[in-house]
Design a protein around this ligand. Sequence first.
Ligand SMILES: [Zn+2]
Length: 302
Amino acid sequence: MGHYSKQVQVFVIEALFVLCCFPVIVAGVISQRKRRREYVENVPYNLKGRGPRKSDLPNAKRRRRLTLPLSAGSKALRTADQSQCNLLSKLPTEIRQLIWIECLGQMTFHLKIEDRKLRHTRCCSPTPASCNGCYRYRKGSQQNTHLLSLPLTCRQIYSEAIFILYSTNTFVTEQISTVEYLPLVFLASRHDAITSIRLEWYLTDYGPGSLTSKTSFQMKQWVAIWRILTNMKSLQHLHVIMCYPGSIWEGLSKMDAAEVVRPIMAITKPQNFKLDLPFTCPSDEAPWVDLPCQIGRAVSFG
Ligand SMILES: [Zn+2]
């Protein structure tokens, strides 16, 4: 009898445990499915069969309290009269633009998606090419540039200065997903204002074989990245450095090369487009000779 009651006790405890955990499990599954649905709807190509990692998902929805026009949900926000401000009422717009450029422009930023947020670090090297990864050695407060203090002063300064951040600076990343999600994390107008990009693309998941199959994840991502760069309306300076540990790319056949370079052909806007490859290619022969860029040799790593 005692043994029977103990079994009932264990059953009741297990039932209570399942009942308590069930809503949490269901909520977790629903949340995961919702996140995946939003992600698949937003990425520029189909990721079926290759689920997103949580760390890859940038948070695209942000409150934009200073961006004009104000959204419907921001009626409580007010725009103060700035007529008493000499900077805004006396100085011509052209002079103010020069001031904003002096404060916010002509810099290099390292971009990285981390903890679902796009993070930036101002590069402390004289040029992007001379940087050896300065952002890796600066943590916490050292990375805080306070650059947004000026545009956050008021809505008028924000609306006049914010595009300078995008149009007069160089953005550098070695994280391919950062480029992949730029159209998600930036407003379209700001994405289109970017003029200079340097992409250090470590092809650790790529080899010639992965780019000859049209259905491979790598080929879809390859096409998507070049399409995003092609669609950047103001892009003038583009430097893509492709690195690969080893010599596997040396064996790329002419036929496969034609397939690989096809998405790059569409990039015609930048005045200055340089592509550094992880192998020595005959740049005076097809298909390389047809590329709209200057071809160089990337330094191998590993
Ligand atoms: Zn740097």
